[in-house]
Design a protein around this ligand. Structure first.
Ligand code: PBG
Ligand code: ZN
Length: 322
């Protein structure tokens, strides 16, 4: 008989043989910045998450800084939206202002900038719309302009989440042509069309005004296609790739880990966060234990980077349990 229980006898021996260790350095916290002044808006569907205006941002930045996680993923919510999402590539746009503010006050915090048009377009789609179609090639120059504008503002990493084909190559080209040869790209390579994004769309005010995103985001049934998407983004120049959502797609994450050797991020998305928060508020689960179990599972499946709304809490718990 194998006596596996020998190595489970007490806390220290379990610690000694633990295979997967979640670290603060794995975590990235998403931040929503709204245009305007004196804004700290709670996001109803995401307890504990707020939209901040640029003048109020320091309140959350100080927490991120003190938590000792490497940085944040920034999403802007402009006051004015239009068909072509022009606020996305305005050098004085809300996201650009926010990035400049962060890099001025907290130069050591890594700023990852999400590149996508859906928060900026009046129709809420991630690309240029013509009748009922989302155009691919016409969207690429706009994403490229946005990426350059965000890099100019001081973004450390550019993270395209739009799922247009060819966008990594287009963005890489534009960054290089504008002198940002050292700005890495973290591509949302395997991004599935998911119902788990709906709280985010409240937070970022980015729900599509008609139809859905299934003509550009991936079908949740397709694991092999996800590996092709990742492979393609690597060949186009992605420095890091992402699987999103995380928990419902751990098999995809694991397959990507086995196949590719570059850093892989997993996005523990809004709906995954909200389900935990809701059950915890009802007293039906133990929030800390569930969060640590979930994040450890994501790490075990192969993530080097975990983007999560639990990041500040998790960092606190990791510190407490040291
Ligand atoms: C923008 C974007 C979305 C998310 C990240 N970037 C929403 C979407 O594609 O509809 C989702 C993040 C989350 O749910 O936490 N394209
Ligand atoms: Zn989008």
């Amino acid at each position: 008989m194998n006596r596996f229980r020998r190595l489970r006898k007490n806390k220290q021996i379990r610690r000694l043989v633990r295979e997967t260790q979640l670290n603060k350095s794995d975590l990235i916290y998403p931040v929503f910045v709204a245009e305007g002044k004196n804004i700290k808006n709670p996001v109803d569907s995401m307890p504990g998450v707020y939209q901040y205006s640029v003048d109020m941002l320091d309140e959350i930045l100080v927490q991120i800084d003190e938590s000792q996680i490497p940085g944040l993923l920034i999403f802007g919510i402009p006051a004015h939206k239009d068909e072509l999402g022009t606020a996305a590539y305005d050098d004085n746009g809300v996201t650009q202002q926010a990035i400049r503010r962060i890099k001025l006050n907290y130069p050591d915090l890594l700023v990852i900038a999400d590149v996508c048009l859906c928060e900026y377009t009046s129709h809420g789609h991630c690309g240029v719309v013509c009748e009922d179609k989302i155009l691919n090639d016409e969207t690429l120059p706009l994403l490229s302009k946005m990426a350059v504008s965000l890099a100019k503002s001081g973004a450390d990493i550019i993270a395209p989440s739009d799922m247009m084909d060819g966008r990594v190559a287009a963005i890489r080209n534009a960054l290089d042509e504008n002198g940002f040869i050292d700005t890495p790209i973290l591509s949302y390579s395997a991004k599935f069309a998911s119902a788990y994004y709906s709280p985010f769309r409240d937070a970022a005010d980015s729900a599509p005004g008609f139809g859905d995103r299934r003509s550009y985001q991936m079908d949740g049934a397709n694991g092999r296609e996800a590996l092709r998407e990742i492979e393609d983004d690597i060949s186009e120049g992605a420095d890091m790739v992402m699987v999103k959502p995380a928990l419902a797609y751990l098999d995809v994450l694991k397959a990507a880990r086995d196949r590719f050797d570059l850093p892989i991020a997993a996005y523990n998305v809004s709906g995954e966060y909200t389900m935990v928060k809701a059950a915890a508020q009802l007293g039906w689960i133990d929030e800390k234990c569930i969060v640590m179990e979930n994040l450890t599972a994501v790490k075990r499946a192969g993530a080097d980077i975990i983007i999560t709304y639990h990041a500040l809490d998790a960092a606190k718990w990791l510190e407490e349990d040291k």
